[in-house]
Design a protein around this ligand. Sequence first.
Ligand code: HEC
Ligand code: HEC
Ligand code: HEC
Ligand code: HEC
Length: 491
Amino acid sequence: MKKYALLLGVSLIALMALGMFSSAIGDSHGGTKGKSAVKAKNEDWKAEFPDYYESWRGTSKSDEIVDMLKKNPQMVILWAGYGFAKDYNKARGHMYGLVSNVNSLRTGAPTGPTDGPMPTACWTCKSPDVQRVIDEDGENEYFTGKWARLGDQIVNTIGCADCHDSESYELTISRDYLARGLEASPVDYSKVDDTQMHSLVCAGCHVEYYFKATEYKDTAGADQKAMVVTLPWSEGFLAEEAEAYYDGIDFADWTHSISKAPMLKAQHPDYELYTTGLHFKRGVSCADCHMPETADGEADHAVSNPMTNIKNSCLNCHDATEEELKATLEIKYNRREQLNQMAMNTLATAHLEAGKAWEAGATEAEMAEVLQLLRSGQWFWDYAIASHGGYIHAPEESLRVLGVAINKGSDARIKLAGILAKHGVMNYEAPDYSTKEKAQALAGVDLEKEIKAKIQFRNTLFKEWTESAIKNGYLDPDARKGMTDNTSYPK
Ligand code: HEC
Ligand code: HEC
Ligand code: HEC
Ligand code: HEC
């Protein structure tokens, strides 16, 4: 820790000197219509910053697909009736952000610009083209219509202009919804310093959000509805505070197809959870671990799992060996996993028992409390684990939130045993959901149909989007060179 005390001393002085860096949040791009200054093509930054460009391309090495539904089939039951029951993989490198989204079975297989399950908002954390299109068309206009509408426009993966201003090159808050979220939050963000910026550039995407239905009139005066990415931050960053926000507006992402509970889906509250941990309290930023300085003193732009780079990412501050840190993290991971498995088993079984209770003739009044416990318990579980790094970002908070989830799931099951008994069902055993296949059969997912349609989409409309984007100068022909084409399904 001595080493850290020294570093902290230096960085505080640096910070004071950096008063001029402090950027007011309102400074972000305006969303006013007109031509955009956003340099969305990552290749347009290459000539000036060849080293940073090459380093950033290093994220393409993290290309492996880890099928989370195979690893944890309970998730299929937990998300029954929602896209996540079809396909859900562990995060990969930023170079894959855009194609992972295109390949996911969750985005479906649109055949044209007005077709498919998802709104345009689904592109929002995948590409610097998002802010370019918002600048050119307007924010509500961007957030209107189907995901497929912008397939030939949103084509560059997560890159330079998502974190840097395209003119001054300084770190920037590139998304207006983040600026609005910060303003709405109880934390004072009126002045943002350098250390905060090293985390806030990530918070444009690594946060919890929902799509807020927003009515407006387009330029022709016609009524339109936008689905605007919105951060539920006005109550605070804790799981219960975000839940209070959603409960307050009576919001549900979907109705569970087995239990009929009005559910919430946590996205990836990495930033929120991180702010509860000791590293955050000690002024360590996301970039300190995920983009540590290389030997040449440059921020490593191959954002990845720091445990593959302990020497640069942790040993800058910690007097420990790589083995010691690995062992510490393994213990933290196992603690989190133990509670994660308990929470998933309890909640998934409760959903199936609720399904049985409906079948046995349970009434809405009898089920109301159970459905609320399922909604809330699953929200807490998801909030703790949707941020994969939570066990290191905020170890204690992750365990606390999982504890609440397990408690609510258990309460639901006790109540369900009573309801089932009242309707003549004794000692009910939920069906086996121990593999992805079994769980998807119970959740009514026709995986083969989904895959077939997706492959057709990849071979037709997606190819057209790419060709059109290259022809119209939105995408560099070499932008996706050297990337692999891994998917969770056979092609
Ligand atoms: C995920 C966010 C992120 C992305 C994407 C990103 N950078 Fe950076 N970049 C940073 C951070 C954080 C720093 C460190 C800034 C500091 O030390 O003050 C940085 C530093 C730099 C610097 C050093 C100058 C400075 O401001 O300190 C340059 C130049 C740079 N990046 C260029 C690029 C280029 C070119 C790309 C695209 C190929 C890119 N960056 C993509 C976050 C990002
Ligand atoms: C424009 C949105 C965006 C920004 C900004 C962004 N990320 Fe990401 N990040 C993503 C998405 C999307 C993925 C998942 C990509 C995939 O699975 O294909 C991801 C993946 C990751 C991963 C997993 C990488 C791996 O190889 O396992 C890490 C770690 C990560 N981001 C950290 C950061 C950090 C730290 C910052 C800020 C310095 C940041 N991200 C900024 C969107 C973003
Ligand atoms: C103290 C170092 C440290 C800090 C600070 C840190 N992380 Fe992490 N993060 C890690 C480690 C270690 C992992 C790897 C967990 C694993 O894969 O087992 C990780 C994992 C992740 C992942 C998941 C990658 C995946 O493969 O799914 C994302 C995303 C991420 N971090 C984003 C962030 C963001 C955003 C911040 C700031 C709000 C942040 N991290 C701050 C150490 C850190
Ligand atoms: C920029 C400096 C910095 C970096 C980089 C950093 N740490 Fe830390 N770490 C700290 C500080 C400061 C503390 C708090 C020490 C205290 O107050 O007792 C801490 C505490 C910890 C703790 C104990 C607290 C907890 O949250 O459980 C662990 C474990 C830890 N760090 C692991 C890591 C690992 C693993 C990495 C690399 C992925 C890493 N740290 C990177 C500065 C850093």
